[in-house]
Design a protein around this ligand. Structure first.
Ligand SMILES: NC(=O)c1ccc[n+]([C@@H]2O[C@H](COP(=O)([O-])OP(=O)(O)OC[C@H]3O[C@@H](n4cnc5c(N)ncnc54)[C@H](OP(=O)(O)O)[C@@H]3O)[C@@H](O)[C@H]2O)c1
Length: 267
């Protein structure tokens, strides 16, 4: 994609949270290369540093957004380094692979702290810095619309995130709030801690329910599409991109592992 397609990002003041890995990392590299002034936040400082090197710029702030003091420090850093914000992209996400009956209070707390409260706290902190027509983009999951065993608590937290973002949109009508439904993307750090035995059981179950596609998306492709669409909307403040779905165009697979229908990309 040529830089011209991303021209509205040149000079834009951008905060990416969840920038150290996966889709957030690829999005951040693209945004810096397109000329945006980007603050990059996540917990792992070394990953942020290698991201800065790869992108050739950006300001890294190591922060655990489930911690109030880290969030306040990040907001201060954004104020000092950018002075204001045109775009926030939240790629934060965490999930245990666990049956709902085995999901304890600590799991629920961690999930809501990470996937919901940290984003809400960040938006409250950043509100005075956001331009009146700024964009806020929050990555959600296809599991909200297509619940599946093993990640029920995660999809519950993402459903809460989506409703929270809707509330921000309703209460701040000139600002533009976007939720992004993301389908299975690999490789990323998401799921690296899933226990192999339960993951295997759950994948078989998802296949039997028609919830698994033949191929996962490449996180780089997901980030590139997101970058292009967000850049297009950023330059058009009269349009609010309320929702976007990014999913593999491949067919669902049956229990034998064969696709049930020819892939859209093959047909
Ligand atoms: N990959 C998929 O198949 C898939 C499918 C549907 C939806 N999604 C959603 O898409 C988004 C990106 O997914 P991904 O696969 O690219 O995930 P990923 O590789 O695991 O990246 C998640 C990012 O969130 C950061 N993060 C997690 N907890 C944090 C905290 N407490 N404070 C600050 N940063 C934190 C991680 O960095 P640190 O560990 O360095 O803090 C990392 O940069 C997530 O919202 C995910 O839920 C992904």
């Amino acid at each position: 994609m040529s830089n011209n397609d991303l021209s509205s990002l040149a000079g834009a003041r951008v905060l990416v949270v969840g920038a150290s890995a996966g889709i957030g990392r690829a999005f951040s590299v693209g945004a810096v290369k397109a000329g945006a002034r980007v603050v990059l936040a996540a917990r792992r400082a070394e990953q942020l540093e290698s991201l800065r090197e790869e992108a050739g710029g950006g300001e890294a702030v190591a922060a655990d957004l489930t911690r109030e003091e880290d969030c306040a420090r990040l907001v201060e850093a954004v104020r000092d380094r950018l002075g204001g914000l045109d775009l926030i992209v939240s790629c934060i996400g965490a999930a245990p692979m666990r049956l709902i009956a085995d999901t304890g209070d600590d799991d629920w707390r961690r999930l809501f702290e990470t996937n919901v409260l940290s984003v809400g706290r960040l938006l409250r902190g950043c509100l005075p810095l956001l331009e009146h027509d700024a964009m806020v983009v929050a990555l959600s999951s296809e599991s909200v619309g297509q619940p599946r065993p093993g990640i029920g608590a995660y999809s519950t937290s993402k459903a809460a995130l989506e409703r929270m973002i809707e509330s921000w949109r309703i209460e701040h009508p000139r600002m533009r709030f976007t939720t992004v439904t993301v389908g299975a993307s690999f490789p990323t750090d998401f799921g690296v801690d899933f226990e192999a035995a339960i993951l295997d059981r759950m994948l078989r179950d998802w296949i039997s329910r028609g919830l698994a596609q033949e191929e996962m998306m490449d996180p780089q492709d997901v980030a590139d599409v997101l970058l292009g669409v967000v850049a297009s909307a950023l330059g058009r403040p009269g349009v609010c991109l309320e929702h976007l779905t990014l999913r593999s165009p491949t067919a669902v697979v049956d229990a034998s592992g064969r696709p049930l229908l020819p892939s859209r990309k093959e047909s």
